[in-house]
Structures are given as structure tokens and as C-alpha cells.
Design a protein around this ligand. Structure first.
Ligand code: NAD
Length: 474
């Protein structure tokens, strides 16, 4: 147990400096380079998940009232799956990749070596506090780095649990957890890192422009960054589809993912005027079937993380331009930080709700005359983290893929690309830079070192002076 003195110790720039130096010293010993070290850490993560499933689910319940099934499926199982894949593939990922050489370098051979970057900083967000801390950590371990994890202070139970469990299961000389908020994160950001992996907001949410703060801090040391940010992820709903299936898939992506507090949750829907009524009816019917007549009391919906976010969301809902547009839901319970699934129809594009990332249980629906007009609406905003299209029309699919730029796209479902580890997960433009998941996580935390091998046989003289044109004709 920590003494009173230890409890009162501030984590400032000096402490952060000592910590990074310690990490660098141990990293320099070469311990992380071995396959055995990496595998043992990855296996310990699986063990930790198995032995503390209940504690992890409890922490998520305390932080967000996250339903048990969501915690198990979207946090624990995802972490275990990432670990299992890394354990299975690590040998292959670590192998040098043979590369082709050209006639100019003949005779030679070449390969690409993946080497650890060094000491990396992982700053995670509150909405999936276990997954968003552990998933990048798995990549950083697989690639053989030393690291500091800074979980989000807005999910204090999960942060405290990670700070307790990680030193029990992992090599604490190379994998450290620093808890805290802005001042602790700022102290860490003053240090020189070999990579900063940040998950959080880019602009208006939470504490504001944090993605930019992280990137500016990294630039001082020329540190590369992965920024996993957010944005307004649209859903385009075309006519001629199975509306019930589409509706259910939109609902699980929106309210079934932390009650809309997920980076790739559908942020708004665009459909044609003809389809809107059918879609709203179907949403109402399926929402009631899933969450009952009084969703504020549903055990299958997370609560809003804190009163600041509750106030932010109710402000979006109470704006004059918007308040009359609610066609379903709108109920709230401030004392318990709950907002019911809420659908709004025909909100103006210049309303706050259409300007900001919603990150909560409100879902506006915009209507257009022709479905193709939806592309211009999407393109008028910043590039989203995810974009979804429900259609049976091949041409529309192709047009969507050609004209909408987004971190990831799912056709005829929502959020599922997150679970496909063979595709990169990340944003584009203001929704982020860099990516991870599966091998992409290993690559995000590796330097790809180009190596060319030559022998003393075949010492071509073309490069050697004196230069004569005659040599070129040989
Ligand atoms: P946030 O930016 O408020 O906080 C994220 C982290 O940044 C926390 O660890 C916090 O301590 C730290 N932080 C906050 N203010 C800081 C400051 N001034 N200086 C230094 N560090 C600071 O973001 P959030 O509200 O926790 O997360 C929500 C946002 O994250 C949404 O935009 C969402 O879309 C995005 N997100 C993205 C992904 C993804 O994978 N792309 C995943 C989850 C959330």
C-alpha cells in the first residue's frame, strides 16, 4: 500500500523526466527485442483478462454503467482477440521481409527489418477505457517497445484498475501506467518520445483541441504520432433495402455502442424524403423492442459519462432550431446522467447538432431529394472517421466509395470494420492519422529499417570516377 507521502507526490515534468529516463535505460538493455519477452507479456495480458473479467466489467459499470455484455464483447473479447492474433502471428511479423533489388545494385540483396522505436507514450480516452488502453499497448509490446500508458481520468475506476493490474501482470520496468488529467498528461508530453499514440478528441469534445495539443508537443521533438480522433460519421440510407435489418444494424452501432459514446457510432442519417417516414417508423419499433417503453430505465444502455457531457448533449437538444424536431425520445434524467435514444427529423444543417460530433444518444435524420445529394452534405464537413451506406444499388456503392473520403467504410452495416483485424483502423484528415489493429498495430510501433547487403564480388566501376560517357554504353 502507498504511504501518505507517496500518495501526495505530484507527477510533474521532473517526475516524468525521471520516468522516461528509467524506461530508456531498461530499453537500452535490449530486453524488449526478444521474441520471448514480447510473447510472455502478451500471454500475461490474456491471463489478466481471464482472471479479472469481473473486476474489469465492474469498473466499466462504475464508469459508464456499461452493460455487462457490451463490456465483455467490445472491451474484454476485443482485447483478448488482439492478443491472440499477436501471439499467433508475432514470429511472422518480426521476420525480416525480403525485398527485391534492381540491376543498378547488382549483385545485392535487401530486406526490411522491423525494429522497436524505443519509448512510446499511449494516451487513451474514456469511452472504451479498457480496450483503448490495452489495444495500442498490445501493438507497442508486440513491436518490442518500452511504454507509458496514460488512461483517461474521466473513467477513474478503469484507470485505477489498469494502474493496479498492469504492474502485477506485466514487466513494470518497461510498461508503466501514469494516472491523471491535463497536468500529468502535459508533463508527459514535455518529454521526448519515440512515438505518441493518442486517442481522443480533435476539436470540440471534452477538453477541446487535444489532438492538436498532442501534435504540437510531439513536433517539438520531431516525434511521430498516431492520432485516433473522431468526427461526424454519416449513415446514408437508400430505398429498396430491407429496412428492418438496416434499422437494427443502425441501432446496435449507435445505442448498442456505449449509448452513442463511440468514435464510429452513426452520428447522423441521410435518406430521401420518400424513405424518411418508413425509416423513422422502423427505428421507433425496433428501439422499443430493444430498450422497452421506458429506455431511461433500460439496463442495456450505458449512461452519459459525466455532467459536463450531459450538459453538452442537452444543449444540442435544446437549441431553438432543433427542439421542435424530436420525433422519438428526448427524455432525460439528470440525476442519473441518462438520456433516452432520441431521433430528430429535418434538423437544419446550420444547427449545433449538425456542426459538432454528437458522441451521445441523439440521432438526427436529414432528408434529400436524390440519394446522391447526400455525398455533397458529407463532403461539406470534415472527413469522418467512418461512413456507412445501406443500399442494394451497385452503382451507388461505387459512387459512394469514389466520392466519400472516410477513415473506414462499411456497406450495409455499421461499426463492424472495427472487428476486422486485417484492415487498418484509423482516421483521415481531421478524424486522425495513422492506423492500428492486427499487423497494422505492430507496424505503427515499428521502424521499418531498409537493409541492403552487398559482398565483395562484382565491384561494378560505373559509380567510380573518373566519369566517362563510355562507361554508360557498356
Ligand atoms: P479528450 O480529448 O478529452 O481526452 C483524451 C485524453 O486526452 C485523456 O487521456 C485526457 O487526459 C487527455 N487530455 C485531455 N485534455 C488534455 C490537455 N489539455 N492536454 C493534454 N492531454 C489532455 O477526449 P475524450 O473526450 O476522452 O474522447 C472523446 C473523443 O475521442 C471523441 O471525439 C471520439 O470520437 C474520440 N475517440 C476516437 C477513437 C478512435 O479510435 N479514433 C476512440 C475513442 C474516442
Amino acid at each position: 500500500m502507498a504511504t501518505k507521502e507517496e500518495e501526495n507526490t505530484v507527477f510533474d515534468v521532473k517526475a516524468a523526466n525521471v520516468l522516461t529516463q528509467e524506461l530508456r535505460d531498461v530499453f537500452a538493455s535490449g530486453k524488449t527485442r526478444s521474441y520471448e519477452w514480447r510473447i510472455s507479456q502478451l500471454k500475461s495480458i490474456v491471463k489478466m483478462c481471464d482472471e479479472h473479467e469481473e473486476d474489469i466489467v465492474d469498473a466499466l459499470r462504475l464508469d459508464l454503467s456499461k452493460p455487462q455484455l457490451e463490456s465483455i464483447v467490445y472491451e474484454l473479447t476485443m482485447v483478448k482477440n488482439s492478443c491472440a492474433l499477436a501471439i499467433k502471428e508475432l514470429k511472422r511479423w518480426m521476420m525480416p521481409e525480403k525485398a527485391k533489388t534492381t540491376l543498378t545494385t547488382f549483385p545485392s540483396s535487401a530486406e526490411v527489418l522491423s525494429e522497436p522505436l524505443g519509448a512510446v507514450l499511449i494516451i487513451s480516452a474514456w469511452n472504451y477505457p479498457f480496450l483503448l488502453s490495452m489495444d495500442p499497448l498490445i501493438g507497442a509490446i508486440a513491436a518490442g517497445n518500452a511504454m507509458v500508458l496514460k488512461p483517461s481520468e474521466l473513467a477513474p475506476a478503469s484507470s485505477a484498475l489498469l494502474a493496479k493490474l498492469l504492474p502485477e501482470y506485466l514487466d513494470c520496468s518497461l510498461i508503466k501506467v501514469v494516472e491523471g488529467a491535463v497536468s500529468e498528461t502535459s508533463a508527459l508530453l514535455e518529454q521526448k518520445w519515440d512515438k505518441i499514440f493518442y486517442t481522443g478528441s480533435s476539436s470540440f469534445l471534452g477538453n477541446g483541441r487535444v489532438g492538436r495539443i498532442v501534435m504540437a508537443a510531439a513536433a517539438k521533438h520531431l516525434t511521430p504520432v498516431v492520432l485516433e480522433l473522431g468526427g461526424k460519421s454519416p449513415v446514408v440510407v437508400d430505398s429498396g433495402i430491407d429496412i428492418q435489418i438496416a434499422t437494427r444494424r443502425i441501432i446496435v452501432g449507435k445505442w448498442g455502442c456505449n449509448n452513442g459514446q463511440a468514435c464510429i457510432s452513426p452520428d447522423y442519417i441521410i435518406t430521401t424524403k420518400d424513405c424518411a417516414e418508413k425509416l423513422v417508423d422502423s427505428l421507433k419499433k425496433e428501439l422499443e423492442a430493444f430498450y422497452g417503453k421506458n429506455p431511461l430505465e433500460s439496463k442495456d444502455l450505458s449512461r452519459i459519462v459525466n455532467s459536463n457531457h450531459f450538459a453538452r448533449l442537452t444543449k444540442l437538444l435544446d437549441e431553438d432550431k432543433v427542439s421542435g424536431k424530436i420525433v422519438y425520445g428526448g427524455e432525460r434524467d439528470e440525476a442519473n446522467l441518462r438520456i433516452a435514444p432520441t431521433i430528430l427529423l429535418g434538423v437544419p444543417q446550420n444547427s449545433l447538432i449538425m456542426k459538432e460530433e454528437i458522441f451521445g444518444p441523439l440521432l438526427p435524420i436529414l432528408t434529400v431529394s436524390k440519394i446522391e445529394d447526400s455525398f455533397d452534405i458529407i463532403k461539406s464537413g470534415t472527413k469522418p472517421l467512418a461512413a456507412y451506406l445501406f443500399t442494394n444499388n451497385k452503382k451507388l456503392k461505387e459512387q459512394f466509395l469514389m466520392s466519400v473520403s472516410a477513415g473506414g467504410v462499411v456497406i450495409n452495416d455499421t461499426t463492424l470494420h472495427l472487428a476486422v483485424h486485417s484492415v487498418p483502423f484509423g482516421g483521415v484528415g481531421e478524424s486522425g492519422m495513422g492506423s492500428y489493429h492486427g499487423k497494422f498495430s505492430f507496424d505503427a510501433f515499428s521502424h521499418k529499417k531498409a537493409v541492403v547487403y552487398r559482398s565483395f564480388v562484382g565491384d561494378a566501376s560505373l559509380r567510380y570516377p573518373p566519369y566517362t560517357l563510355g562507361k554508360l554504353r557498356l
